[in-house]
Design a binder for this molecule. Structure first.
Ligand code: ADP
Ligand code: MG
Length: 723
């Protein structure tokens, strides 16, 4: 079948298909967390004492004694088996952005050959997948390849129903036999503990007597594209790389701004409802959905949850989104830039920290006292972003996210903090010593409550900032749509812990000679003098900012992942992680190695695809059209009619340009023997990527000349507009 026949069939199929009917919606109370072994389910299934112990573990992370673990395991098994489940799996989160699972049956046989079931506390607590099959960087020692998973009781177990059966899923950490973290969950839990410790120090200095454990919260907004699978199946680039490596921009793109918040296409609405019902069964609080800026692009945002649970839910959400889309005849694209020339997809990570006694510490609050706590925590974030901006850039570095971060659609590759006009002026007044004067005058309120209350109006937001205060939380906007939220959360919690330690040290000294308000303002004044440069309220896309940020403010512009990832080896960052106990130098190094390898691999896969598609699909189509035009020209000439020499020459020239670039790319792909991983990454960024773009430029021009009839790939206008 020619490329075009496939496209025509796809269009006919899509336009004639019977729309999948939405199911009769079930009430929320009927489906909410129905498949989750949460505290409510445990209360029903466990004895009073066992439940009390379990609740304490869930809420404080305190270890569970083995006897209670046995009781919980048996109850969990009975609960799951009542839903028809026969298998269980520890689910874990290796260093890649995926999730991994290994299924085991509850079954054992007794001496009579009868099948009975068993699930002990030790099976619940510990599993042993093969550690060597997952990327683990330098932690991969052949003789200690074994890794094991351990139950994380703070994230609830659940039953996952798929077309292929139902399984009890147990959220777990994944570590090497020698105790090193091989996953994304361990550092997240450790970073939370570090933040808790440092925050508690600051709060006690502030005179708080009752301080409940602090936790970080996360609400992630997920952007994605949907493409009909009939088109996707004729695009090897979409199937294998998750993005289009070729494609001329359509005549109508997103310039009309008519998609954002527009009516959701019926077929997509049915998909969303189906998908969200599945999320509700699993206790994931899907809250907002809407069209996004680009045609074919959408967003879903669950309500925020404790960071550890939110991170697990975010992984589950991505998995479910893809599988549910498939059931609705869509390919769901989580890639950061599936289509050139139209907006890419990000994942805004909304983050705050708080506890049961002081509440959300990034919420200005209504009393002067609350506001002092708020200003300290806010200041800690400012210092963190200033000192560890490159770390924030490194944790979101990937080949795919590079396509967004440099372009004027996504927050730039320079990490700055947006505070909003009023809060920025409060911090500027602190820096200039104006608030100190007021504080010394004995004014307890400082007029902050009025200012900060006003500040909470989220209407005026700077969408160009990578890191913005949005009323009661910070929003990290540069995160990529396909990425796990764990990396960003670990970075934010850890930098906060470090800043709070610094603040505690300064505050202790300041409190010795000053009243509390003056002491806080003094510490924040010093903080702003050292780190205020990172606060920026202007247009992050402008070229003035790009040069000013670097030249005047001393901030770093890190446009590619190849430049960002080596920051994992930066002395200050290694020391930050070691000091806070979040990652040992060895664990951190292994992350650099894994991410660098992923970066190189994904660019190499794309380069090979570019070469293959250009050679086996585009070139034959171009040649076919060239010979057709040549033949037509020949007969027109012999009939004495003028011919279209110009377009033939252009066609031939473009085809030659394309194949020359393909052969250069091919040579580049075969290049090996690099001195270092860094050199290899640079080669990918500076040589392979530009060559891929050269091939693409020729192909995209050919797309505008070669007759539609011969063009082998579904076009942007078809994929983006036909649903
Ligand atoms: P917008 O698109 O305007 O930025 P959304 O309502 O789509 O906002 O998403 C905001 C996200 O922030 C939601 O996931 C929401 O639950 C989350 N969020 C709200 N308050 C907090 C908070 N204190 N901490 C963390 N996340 C929060
Ligand atoms: Mg947002």
């Amino acid at each position: 079948m020619s490329g075009n026949q496939a496209r025509e069939q796809a269009i006919a199929y899509i336009t004639n298909r019977e729309p999948k009917q939405s199911k009769m919606p079930e009430s929320l109370s009927k489906i909410w967390a129905k498949d989750v072994f949460n505290l409510a389910a445990m209360e029903e299934a466990l004895s009073k004492n066992a439940f009390k112990a379990m609740k304490n573990t869930v809420q404080t992370g305190a270890p569970l004694d083995p006897a209670t673990a046995d009781v919980v395991a048996a109850a969990m098994k009975d609960w799951a088996m009542s839903k028809g489940v026969k298998f269980f799996s520890h689910i874990f989160y290796p260093m890649t952005n995926i999730t991994a699972e290994k299924h085991d049956g509850f079954i054992i046989t007794n001496s009579d050959g009868n099948a009975i079931t068993e699930f002990t506390g030790s099976l619940l607590i510990k599993g042993e997948p093969d550690g060597s099959s997952f990327p683990n960087g330098s932690l991969r020692m052949t003789n200690a390849a074994r890794g094991y998973t351990a139950w994380d009781p703070t994230s609830p177990a659940y039953v996952m129903h798929t077309d292929n059966g139902s399984t009890l899923m147990i959220p777990s950490v994944f570590m090497s036999w020698t105790g090193e973290a091989l996953d994304k969950k361990i550092p997240l839990l450790r970073s939370n503990a570090a933040m808790n410790k440092s925050a508690t120090k600051v709060l006690s200095l502030m005179g708080e007597v009752e301080i409940a454990p602090l936790n970080s919260s996360c609400g992630a907004e997920q952007e994605y594209f949907l493409v009909d699978e009939n088109f996707a199946n004729s695009r090897p680039d979409l199937l294998l790389a998750g993005r289009t490596l070729f494609g001329a921009p359509p005549a109508k793109g997103q310039q009309f701004d008519d998609h954002y918040f527009g009516a959701i296409p019926a077929r997509v609405q049915v998909f969303m409802q189906d998908f969200e019902d599945k999320l509700y069964h699993l206790g994931i609080p899907a809250k907002t959905h809407h069209n996004e800026v680009a045609p074919g692009q959408f967003e879903i945002a669950p309500y925020f949850e404790a960071a550890n649970v939110a991170a697990d839910h975010q992984q589950l959400l991505m998995t479910l989104m893809k599988s549910t889309a498939k059931q609705h005849g869509f390919l769901c694209l989580l890639h950061e830039k599936p289509f050139a020339g139209v907006n890419g997809s990000g994942k805004h990570v909304n983050w705050s920290v708080g506890n049961a006694t002081q509440g959300n510490l990034l919420d200005p609050g209504s009393t002067p006292h609350d506001n002092l706590n708020f200003l300290l925590f806010c200041g800690a974030v400012i210092r963190g972003v200033h000192l560890y901006g490159p770390l924030l850039r490194a944790v979101i570095a990937s080949a795919a996210n590079d396509h967004r971060l440099g372009a004027n659609e996504a927050p730039p590759a320079i990490l700055s903090v947006y505070l909003g006009e009023q809060l920025e002026s409060v911090f500027n007044d602190i820096k200039a010593g104006k608030l100190l004067e007021k504080a010394k005058g004995g004014l307890m309120d400082l007029g902050l409550s009025q200012i900060l209350k006003f500040e909470r109006d989220p209407g005026d937001r700077n969408r160009t900032s990578p890191f913005a205060f949005t009323g009661n939380r910070f929003e990290f906007r540069a995160v990529g749509s396909s990425q796990s939220v764990s990396g960003p959360l670990v970075a934010m919690n850890t930098m906060l812990a470090d800043s709070l330690d610094w603040i505690a040290e300064k505050l202790e000294v300041a409190l010795a000679n000053n009243d509390k308000t003056t002491a806080v303002i003094l510490v924040l004044k010093e903080l702003m003098e050292l780190h205020g440069n990172v606060v920026f309220g202007g247009d992050g896309y402008s070229s003035e900012w790009h040069s000013k940020a670097v030249e005047e403010r001393g901030l770093k512009n890190i446009p590619t992942a190849a430049e960002a990832l080596p920051y994992f080896k930066d002395k200050a960052i290694v020391s930050l992680f070691e000091r806070t106990g979040v990652l040992s130098p060895k664990e951190l190094l292994s992350r650099f190695e894994v991410y660098a390898e992923q970066y190189i691999l994904s660019i190499e896969v794309e380069a090979k695809l570019v070469k293959d598609i250009a050679t086996t699909r585009i070139y034959p189509a171009a040649i076919k059209y060239i010979s057709e035009i040549s033949a037509t020209n020949a007969s027109l000439t012999s009939a004495g009619i003028g011919l279209n020499k110009e377009s033939l020459e252009k066609l031939v020239a473009l085809t030659n340009t394309m194949m020359t670039a393909v052969s250069e790319l091919s040579t580049a792909i075969d290049e090996h023997g690099f001195d270092s991983v860094e050199a290899h990454m640079t080669f990918c960024a500076k040589t392979i990527c530009p060559l891929m773009l050269e091939v693409r430029a020729a192909v995209d021009s050919l797309e505008g000349i070669v007759t539609d009839e011969y063009w082998p790939l579904p076009k942007y206008q078809e994929m983006l507009f036909i649903k």
